[in-house]
Design a protein around this ligand. Structure first.
Ligand SMILES: *[C@@H]1O[C@H](CO)[C@@H](O)[C@H](O)[C@H]1NC(C)=O
Ligand SMILES: *[C@@H]1O[C@H](CO)[C@@H](O)[C@H](O)[C@H]1NC(C)=O
Ligand SMILES: *[C@@H]1O[C@H](CO)[C@@H](O)[C@H](O)[C@H]1NC(C)=O
Length: 332
């Protein structure tokens, strides 16, 4: 059977399978910070405090090229020199492990078959390190990036590091041109049944949801084709920003794909049942694991979407720039 590993299938496989998987170690715990107030009486810094509690994280507070941002389409500039992004999987399928890190649903590819991207706005080749999922407690929120002030139920981020210049992710994350993140918005299916059927999906998911979901589980996925994760479009929006978790290093090129992936209400519901805590601790929904948007300031947002009028200079000349009506091009 040919399985198309779109993100919905991956999430669903994870959600169905983690109930019987092994707990992971604390190796993936990425630090003492949180997205939202946790339990009363225990202070863990939320986004507005990230830059204040640890001097190594001060970019979170004082950085001027931070992510995520609100993409105002009227500020986008068409750049005819932006080529399509190139994805190189070497024709291999790969394996990976899915985790609940307490903060995200995270997929780490194994090292046997490497996947890299290049082209587009990227001057180097970048290797896939992690796929991270952000999602909301309500349908109007959950993505880190916004589009004209509007949020989406979720955002998938494929995080890569510059393999031409750096030995590994940790070195690249703090270095110039270190990181490239491909971001894909998650939307709901609006048409019932309009999604690839995987045997007894709805039953499996609801059966899973009715059991006590054991979080912090790891699950091994095999035969992944990363190309299947990408929506069918070459259109994207790009800007220079930061990683969206502490230490907020300003080393990331962001590439937002101009087409969403779709999940069902049921899958969204199952995601919202994931806890930040180990199963024996109090339930704390992982949803709304997003950093608030940061000011764009003197940066420009480029796109390869040709909405027929060309942006002039970059960076800023906003007052002179025509107000492009490009909404009809976006996320179709
Ligand atoms: C990118 O990945 C492909 C396939 O795995 C590999 O053949 C190629 O050498 C990689 N490029 C670099 C620069 O490592
Ligand atoms: C990453 O690479 C640097 C430089 O080569 C090295 O010092 C460091 O130990 C590596 N870190 C990991 C986690 O492999
Ligand atoms: C952009 O679209 C316009 C109108 O369709 C076309 O005339 C122009 O050649 C296109 N530019 C590029 C660089 O593709």
């Amino acid at each position: 059977m040919h399985v198309v590993w779109d993100i919905a299938v991956i999430l669903q496989t994870y959600i169905i399978c983690t109930s019987s998987a092994q707990p992971i170690t604390s190796k993936l715990d990425d630090g003492w910070w949180a997205y939202k107030d946790v339990v009363q009486g225990s202070f863990v810094p939320v986004p507005s405090f990230w830059g204040l509690v640890n001097s190594a994280w001060n970019l979170c507070a004082i950085g001027k090229r931070q992510s995520p941002i609100d993409i105002e389409t009227s500020h986008m500039i068409f750049d005819p020199y932006l080529t399509p992004l190139r994805l190189n999987t070497g024709g291999h399928k790969m394996g990976g492990t899915m985790y609940n890190t307490g903060k995200h649903v995270s997929l780490r590819p194994d090292k046997a078959h490497l996947v890299n991207i290049s082209g587009g706005p990227l001057g180097y080749s970048y290797r896939l390190e992690e796929v991270r999922v952000h999602f909301g407690s309500e349908d109007s929120q959950g993505s880190e990036h916004l589009l004209n002030g509007q949020g989406f139920p979720g955002e998938v981020q494929l995080i890569h590091y510059n393999q031409d210049l750096y030995a590994n992710y940790s070195e690249a994350a703090k270095s110039p041109h270190g990181i490239a993140v491909v971001s894909i918005f998650i939307k709901h299916h609006t048409v019932a049944g309009d999604w690839p059927a995987v045997g007894g999906t709805a039953q499996k998911v609801s059966a899973w949801a009715m059991r006590q979901p054991s979080n912090y589980d790891a699950f091994l996925l095999m035969g992944l084709n990363i190309a299947d994760l990408y929506p069918d479009t070459t259109r994207y929006i790009t800007y220079e920003g930061s990683i969206t978790i502490p230490p907020c290093y300003e080393t990331s090129t962001w590439i937002l794909i101009n087409k969403p992936v779709y999940v069902t209400q049921m899958q969204m519901h199952s995601l919202r049942l994931l806890s930040q805590n180990e199963p024996y601790k109090i339930f704390l929904s992982m949803s709304d694991n997003t950093r608030p948007t940061q000011p764009l300031l003197q940066r420009c947002i480029r796109t390869n979407i040709n909405f027929s009028k060309q942006g002039r200079d970059c960076p800023n000349n906003r007052a002179l720039r025509p107000q492009y009506r490009v909404n009809q091009w976006l996320l179709k």
